[in-house]
Design a protein around this ligand. Structure first.
Ligand code: CAA
Length: 260
């Protein structure tokens, strides 16, 4: 499929999605959301792809939010529909068996910050600025920001950022745990590719089981989460890859994982 606002590159098991709407700092209008939906489905169907990197075109913005022009005319029902569609896309990303990495190369605001929050890992360039400035517009985050930001950085910091609408620069975002690493912009691509490559070298079933179990931590109480982990642990113990991984260790060689 042809995408008007997305650039897609596939190499090995890694797909890189570049959101490209330069005139609006890569803001997510309905068309971009629709294209991301279609592309995500396409990538899910490609069994070679195991890691997806999401970034923004240019050096200024990752994604500057939902498209403000489209928000202006919304009534209550329209707002719910818009929120539902964005939330559903981000839910698919968060719950995919593919690992997602946000390469935050500039402004990640509103829906852009929410997109980064739905990814498994966030790596920021030094010029990145992240935040939930929706209150400046008289609205609130609608793509999961009140929930995922709170789970990631805690209630107080989530409220501070959301109530003030202030942006956190890359170092502050790192300090509060909103991004996992900060690198110079010139090194962002290489750093993210390196992390993606490292994840690719591990047993695919183990990565998926770990992702599901860690996600469960945010959604359940400790006892349920521990039971969930136990079941996933049992499942990976029955894979060929677990036999290969443990045998390779004993034989002092590199494992060759097959995803079985
Ligand atoms: N939607 C639509 N257009 C946007 C946009 C957005 N979210 N963000 C930036 N743009 C457009 C600007 O209107 C401008 O267009 P023109 O050149 O046609 O005037 C262009 O992108 C460049 O932006 P600026 O001139 O404003 O660039 P700047 O460097 O002066 O400022 C910025 C950069 C601080 C990111 C500023 O653009 C800004 O504050 N953007 C809005 C950020 C925002 O409020 N995001 C939240 C949106 S609401 C949301 O996301 C709701 C939700 O959760 C679902």
């Amino acid at each position: 499929m042809e995408y008007k606002n997305l650039l897609v590159a596939k190499e090995g098991g890694i797909a890189t999605i570049t959101i490209s709407r330069p005139k609006a700092l890569n803001a997510l209008n309905a068309e971009v959301i629709g294209e991301l939906y279609a592309l995500w489905k396409e990538l899910e169907a490609d069994e070679n792809i195991r890691v997806v990197i999401i970034t923004g075109d240019g050096e200024k913005a990752f994604v500057a939010g939902a498209d403000i022009g489209e928000l202006k005319e919304l009534d209550a029902l329209g707002g719910i529909e818009l929120s539902k569609r964005g939330q559903s896309l981000l839910w698919n990303i968060e719950n995919s068996d593919m690992v997602s990495i946000a390469a935050v190369n500039g402004f990640a605001l509103g829906g852009g910050c929410e997109l980064a929050l739905a990814c498994d890992i966030r790596i920021a360039s030094e010029n990145a600025q992240l935040g939930q400035p929706e209150v400046n517009l008289g609205i609130i985050p609608g793509y999961g920001g009140t929930q995922r930001l709170t789970r990631l950085v805690g209630k107080g910091m989530s409220k501070l950022l959301t109530f003030t609408g202030d942006m956190a620069d890359a170092q502050e975002a790192y300090r509060i745990g909103l991004v996992e690493k900060v690198v110079p912009q010139a090194e962002l691509k290489e750093t993210v590719n390196k992390i993606a490559g490292k994840i690719l070298s591990k047993g695919p079933k183990a990565i998926t089981a770990a992702k599901r179990s860690i996600n469960a931590a945010a959604n359940t109480d400790l006892d349920s989460g521990l039971r969930y982990e136990m079941a996933e642990f049992g499942a990976v113990c029955a894979t060929e890859d677990s036999k290969e991984g443990t045998t390779a260790f004993m034989e002092k060689r590199k494992p060759e994982f097959k995803g079985r």
